[in-house]
Ligand binder design. Structure first.
Ligand SMILES: Nc1ncnc2c1ncn2[C@@H]1O[C@H](COP(=O)(O)OP(=O)(O)OP(=O)(O)O)[C@@H](O)[C@H]1O
Ligand SMILES: [Mg+2]
Length: 267
C-alpha cells in the first residue's frame, strides 16, 4: 500500500470515529489538525500548524496577544472555514467566549437553548443551569445576572450541546479574582464529570497549570512549545513542579517570572 493510500484510509477511519454521537471512553482523538494555515490580508496568522488532542484531554493554550489563539479556536469551532490544511473535530463541540454573549431579550433558560437543533424543552436548560449552580436563576433576565453568573449561563449553554470538545476562549478573563477561582473550579468539575476534551485559551499561566493536562504556547503561527503537567488534582500552585513549569512557560512567553515571595507578599 502506498503511503498516500494509507494516509487516506487512516483519515477515513478517524473521520468515522469523530462523527459518532459519543466516542468511547478514553478512545480516539478529539482534535487533529494538519498543516493549518489561516491568513488575513496576505499575512499568515496561523502558519502550518499541527495539533492533536486526544479525547478527554484538558489542554490550555497560552500565547502573546495577537498570536492567533482566538483564530485557532474559531477554526476548531467551525466558525471560520477560510483555511488551508486539514482540521478534524468531533461533531459535538461547543464554544464559550470571554463575553457571555447572552441575548438580553430572552430569559436565561431560553438563552441556554439558543440555536440547539430540535425543540428541546425547558427541562434540558434547567438541568444544565443546575449543573453550573444557577438553578435559582432559570427565569432571570440576562441583565440581572452578575458577571460570574452570566459566565456560568454561557457555560450551561455550552453543556446542553453535550460536547465531546469544549472550546473556551478566556472565559474567566473578565471576572474578579474570587469569582474566577470559583469558575475555574466549576470548569474542572464539569470536565471531570463530562469527560470531554477541553481547549482553554487563557493569559493566566497559573490557571493553565492548575487546570490542564498539557499546556501549549502558540508563537509564530504554530504550537511552539508544550509542557505536560503530571500532577493529580486538586493542585497546589506552590508545588515545586508547577513553579518550575511556570518559570519555563513565562520564559517562553517572553516574560521574566517575578519572585514568588514578591508576588505573595502582603505587607
Ligand atoms: N477577521 C480578521 N481580519 C483581519 N485580521 C484579523 C481578523 N481576525 C484576527 N485578525 C488578526 O489576526 C491576529 C490574531 O488574532 P487573534 O484574535 O487570533 O489573537 P489572540 O491570540 O486571540 O489575541 P488576544 O490574546 O489578544 O485575544 C491579530 O493580528 C488580529 O488582528
Ligand atoms: Mg483572543
Amino acid at each position: 500500500m502506498s503511503s498516500l493510500e494509507k494516509d487516506s484510509l487512516e483519515k477515513d477511519s478517524l473521520k468515522k470515529e469523530l462523527g459518532q454521537e459519543k466516542e468511547g471512553e478514553g478512545g480516539g482523538a478529539a482534535v487533529r489538525v494538519r498543516s493549518l494555515t489561516r491568513s488575513f490580508d496576505g499575512r499568515a496568522v496561523i502558519d502550518d500548524l499541527q495539533l492533536d488532542v486526544p479525547a478527554g484531554e484538558f489542554v490550555a493554550l497560552l500565547g502573546r496577544s495577537g498570536c492567533g489563539k482566538s483564530t485557532l479556536l474559531r477554526v476548531l469551532a467551525g466558525l471560520d472555514r477560510e483555511i488551508e490544511g486539514e482540521v478534524l473535530v468531533p461533531r459535538r463541540k461547543a464554544v464559550a467566549f470571554q463575553a457571555p454573549r447572552l441575548m438580553p431579550w430572552k430569559r436565561v433558560w431560553r438563552n441556554v437553548l439558543l440555536g440547539l437543533p430540535g425543540r428541546p424543552g425547558r427541562a434540558v436548560a434547567e438541568r444544565a443551569l443546575k449543573e453550573v449552580g444557577l438553578g435559582h436563576r432559570i427565569d432571570a433576565w440576562p441583565k440581572t445576572l452578575s458577571g460570574g453568573e452570566a459566565q456560568r449561563a454561557s457555560l450551561a449553554r455550552a453543556l446542553v450541546r453535550e460536547p465531546d470538545l469544549l472550546l473556551l476562549d478566556e472565559p474567566f478573563g473578565a471576572l474578579d479574582a474570587l469569582t474566577r477561582i470559583t469558575a475555574q473550579q466549576l470548569v474542572a468539575e464539569l470536565w471531570q464529570r463530562r469527560g470531554c476534551a477541553v481547549l482553554l485559551v487563557t493569559h493566566d499561566v497559573e490557571e493553565a497549570l492548575l487546570l490542564a493536562d498539557r499546556v501549549l504556547v502558540m508563537d509564530g503561527g504554530v504550537i511552539a512549545h508544550q509542557v505536560r503537567v503530571d500532577r493529580d488534582r486538586p493542585r497546589d500552585i506552590a508545588d515545586p513542579l508547577l513553579a518550575e513549569l511556570r518559570t519555563e512557560l513565562l520564559d517562553r512567553l517572553g516574560v521574566k517570572a517575578p519572585e514568588p515571595a514578591a508576588v505573595h507578599k502582603v505587607a
